[in-house]
Design a protein around this ligand. Structure first.
Ligand SMILES: Nc1nc2c(ncn2[C@@H]2O[C@H](COP(=O)(O)OP(=O)(O)OP(=O)(O)O)[C@@H](O)[C@H]2O)c(=O)[nH]1
Ligand SMILES: [Mg+2]
Length: 307
């Protein structure tokens, strides 16, 4: 070896030695990380909720009390999450929140809670922004963001009760908001006056105010407002061929009833999605058409095909 070669060899040794030293000196910090593996055999629920959406909705001129564009955007972002994370068996959302339920036997990311929660929250938030233009003409004025939590339910009954709780919450809030905004926007009351008027009222009182003062039958309000959105995996016969395609279907039904769980028994038994029959392509929601690439100018889908 030449003198130059020896020098280079020594330099290389010093470099590796320094590297090893650095590693051994600092590596201990990794031991501060806590183990976050979730209990086995439990349903995993991840719920995301918009941060300060009272302000976000004002600044982006959401219609009151419900803006269908905003609800469709939430559903679209949730579908993106379900398309990526196949172990999500059902999702439920309303207003600025969405719950994702992963099969109880999932081994995704070795059941590491932080990974599961942060990936879902991150994909939901970025999809909300990514798909904004598809649903709103008004420009996004600042970035929306969402909190997330993770909850484990050991029994099917617990899981059903969790989903029932969220749907009851949707109903209570929607009835209140519908009456509140009718009093303000149609009845000319100030926000404070409307709040005072509704203080201490029960469901029947609000239904009565809506009907007798504003000629609104609450039962006739759109199901998506009253029930929220349930997203389920199903297969449908493709409109262009005889093949079945896997899609995520939005439903706006009562999920508290026994009937729902009987019809969609595959959710709890973790079987693959049953067939979803439809009368005509026109009857399919845009959310489904978009998954079949049948929406023209779909700014939110990578693969764009025309009908
Ligand atoms: N006008 C309108 N507002 C909506 C709509 N959907 C959600 N919001 C607003 O978003 C809020 C969601 O409720 P919360 O999550 O409790 O309130 P938040 O302001 O997001 O507060 P944090 O979640 O605690 O950050 C509602 O109270 C409304 O102000 C909509 O379709 N139309
Ligand atoms: Mg919120």
């Amino acid at each position: 070896m030449t003198i130059g070669g020896i020098r280079k060899y020594k330099e290389l040794l010093r470099f590796f030695h320094r590297g090893r030293m650095a590693k051994s000196k600092f590596e201990y910090v990794k031991s501060f990380e806590s183990e976050d593996k979730l209990l086995p055999n439990c349903w995993i629920v991840v719920r995301v909720d918009g941060k300060s959406f009272h302000k976000f909705s004002e600044k982006h001129e959401f219609e009151k009390p419900n803006d269908i564009r905003a609800l469709h955007l939430m559903n679209r972002a949730a579908v993106k999450v379900m398309e990526h994370f196949k172990d999500i068996v059902i999702s439920y959302g309303d207003s600025d929140e969405f719950s994702f339920i992963l099969r109880k036997d999932t081994e995704i990311f070795n059941r590491r809670g932080f990974k599961i929660m942060t990936y879902i929250n991150s994909l939901f938030s970025s999809s909300y922004v990514y798909c904004w233009k598809q649903h709103f003409d008004v420009k996004l004025k600042f970035p929306p963001f969402f909190d997330a939590r993770i909850i484990l339910y050991p029994t099917d009954e617990n899981l059903r009760d969790y989903l029932s709780w969220r749907q009851v919450d949707c109903h209570i809030n929607n009835l209140y908001n519908t009456t509140f905004w009718a009093l303000v926007l149609k009845g000319g009351l100030t926000n404070q006056e409307a709040e005072k008027r509704l203080c201490g009222t029960v469901t029947a009182d609000k239904n009565e105010i809506l009907f007798s003062e504003f000629n609104i039958n609450y039962n006739d309000e759109p199901e998506i407002f009253k029930k929220g959105t349930i997203l389920l995996r199903k297969k449908i016969r493709s409109p262009n061929s005889d093949h079945f395609k896997k899609v995520i279907i939005p439903l706006h039904e009562d999920l508290i009833s026994e009937k729902f769980w009987n019809i969609h028994s595959e959710i709890l038994t973790i079987k693959s999605g049953q067939e979803y029959a439809y009368d005509s392509v026109e009857a399919l929601p845009e959310l489904v058409l978009s998954q079949l690439h049948l929406v023209k100018k779909d700014k939110c889908n990578d693969e764009i095909k025309s009908t």
